[in-house]
Design a protein around this ligand. Sequence first.
Ligand code: NAP
Length: 288
Amino acid sequence: MARILDGKTIAAQIKEEIKAEVKKWQAKGINPCLGVLLVGEDAASAAYAKFLEKVAAGVGAKFHLEQLKKDAAEDSVLAVIDELNHNRDIHGILLLLPLPKHIDKQRVMDAILPAKDVDGVHPVNRGYILSGGQCIYPATPLSCLEILKRSHISMDGKHAVVVGRGETVGKPLLYMAVAENATVTVCHSRTTDLSHHTRQADILFTAVGKPGLITKDMVKPGAVVVDAGISEVDGKIYGDVDFEGVKEVAGAITPVPGGVGSLTTAMMLKNLLKGIAIQDALVELKVN
Ligand code: NAP
């Protein structure tokens, strides 16, 4: 029976570390603050903003919400991003999606200062994932790797198979796995014979959004299975992996819920602190 990689316990550890780091910044006169921009009235986004406010307060960080009406012009949204970029008291900017249809999402995301891009979506941060530089990585692939690190599972020399090549999870994850010295195969909707590839994985990542896609017969005995998929069916949350079946053959497995998704907010707050370090270094550079 597989070892269950419990995301909730790991997230709690990370939040304690963040709390301590927030205090360190405060002792230096910097009060970490997460800025969140909500355009329109999407109920899930509004609820997520409230949740983030609570999580930020839980680690001692400040929270600043900017709200614009659903008919706000794109230029008004860009003007708010510009204000947040220049506000030295705000250290990270999270743009809540979806945006109203008349707004060009990419244009708005591109306007966020890369050092304040807590979601790791800016093209500069994306580019650094390829070149391996110091940058802000997106929270979900970071969470996948963090679960492994904190569970003392090394990727070095292992064959990692990533199912899904989406912009949010699969694509950044495959480059991040290469940087961890894994040999990586990526699969997607056009892959023929998916199970041929998944059965070769020492570490199998899935980021698709199809419940039950990965079944027991598709997993090598003893493999580590990290499920980033999230789908809601009849009010219940499922991953991509048939958890009950796969846990009988895998060596370790993340549950859904309670796995990768439990870490993402904590990793985003880690990004806030990483961004502060980058901003602090940039100010030092300007001063000296
Ligand atoms: P996405 O952009 O829609 O990407 C889905 C990927 O799955 C695509 O690359 C697609 O292939 C591939 N795919 C679809 N059907 C497939 C099949 N039958 N076999 C193999 N591959 C298949 O989605 P995303 O934004 O990357 O998100 C992926 C999943 O992660 C979703 O369930 C999402 O809810 C979840 N997610 C979780 C978190 C978290 O906090 N845990 C955060 C963000 C997203 P093509 O490229 O060929 O279309």
